[in-house]
Write a protein that binds this ligand. Structure first.
Ligand code: ATP
Length: 292
């Protein structure tokens, strides 16, 4: 994976909160050193947001690969209260979609719309608050579990932290620890499994009460029970728009809608049952997995 992009994703999500933490200062500077690829932000910050996202004929090229499109005329919709999964083979374009949603890049053609308005029309801070991204390798900082979840959120109570941890299915585990929410996670979360780290990152996202939650394969290293629990809770969160980018296929069966991408294009979409019945690309990839 492109390190710079990962770092920028992290900075996008946690924004200026990062600069208060010594361990992260380097990350922040690193990002500022880069020329931002995104256009200026607009003024929109509506009090009420539905959270409907749409790609409308989006084509995109990376600056370093101007002759090959990473996305070709992609159109798709993500609905409030639904969990959508992006799946497909490596290089299919899933991460590129996430990077456009995070405004790390701008489409060359077409538009990415939030409630019908292009993303660049919204205020930066507004998008930070409304759209949370849990990256593939979430970073935890030394400090307590509580600190890692509230993470600079002003006025965040322990009750809210617990509520978010329950939704992310990590509360029960935290309660088994002698020091509970005050347990130090160790340097870079060294005391936790990667699945537990991802759950804490999900709780960190949820405590901010976003309208849109993007999980970049965030559940891949959880055991199957945890995966189902988290997905169930997320899908049940009232009105939350959830996008799961699944680089593996096991995590997506419960999604309300599955979008299969290959070669930068959406090649098929539907529910797990529909895609299995139509015996197309999804079905074939699933069978191949089974054989492996
Ligand atoms: P994976 O499951 O392996 O993460 P993906 O479906 O997320 O794959 P993308 O990372 O979106 O796929 O890649 C889409 C295309 O863009 C691929 O051809 C890839 O080689 C290219 N690409 C991805 N990142 C970059 C980058 N930083 N610079 C140039 N090209 C890139």
């Amino acid at each position: 994976k492109d390190m710079v992009t990962n770092m920028k994703q992290l900075v996008y999500v946690f924004g200026d909160m990062l600069c208060t933490v010594g361990a992260a200062a380097k990350v922040f500077t690193f990002s500022l050193d880069r020329k931002p690829d995104q256009k200026e932000a607009g003024e929109l910050a509506p009090a009420k947001l539905q959270g409907k996202l749409a790609f409308y004929h989006v084509s995109f090229y990376y600056p370093s690969r101007q002759n090959t499109p990473a996305l070709k005329a992609v159109s798709l919709e993500l609905h409030p209260g639904k969990m959508t999964a992006l799946v497909g083979p490596s290089g299919g374009g899933k991460s590129s979609c996430v990077r456009l949603l995070a405004r790390l890049y701008e489409p060359k053609e077409g538009q990415v719309l939030l409630d019908g308005q292009p993303l660049h029309c919204y205020q930066h801070q507004y998008l930070h608050q409304k759209m949370a991204l849990v990256s593939q390798e979430p970073v935890l900082f030394s400090g307590s579990i509580r600190h890692n979840i509230e993470y600079g959120l002003v006025g965040c109570t322990l009750e809210k932290v617990k509520e978010a941890a329950k939704s992310a299915n990590i509360h029960d585990f935290i309660c088994t620890l002698e020091q509970g929410y005050d347990t130090d996670v160790g340097e870079c979360g060294g005391q936790l499994s990667s699945g537990q780290k991802q759950c804490i990152a999900i709780a960190r996202a949820l405590v901010r009460e976003p309208q849109v939650l993007i999980l970049d394969e965030a559940t891949s290293s959880m055991d199957i029970n945890t995966q189902h629990a988290v997905q169930g809770v997320l899908a049940g969160s009232v009105g939350l728009t959830v996008l799961v980018v699944a680089h593996r296929l096991q995590t997506v069966e419960k999604a309300d809608h599955i979008i299969f991408m290959e070669g930068g294009e959406v090649v098929e979409q539907g529910t797990h049952q529909e895609l299995m019945a139509s015996k197309g690309r999804y079905h074939r990839l699933k069978e191949k997995l089974f054989e492996d």
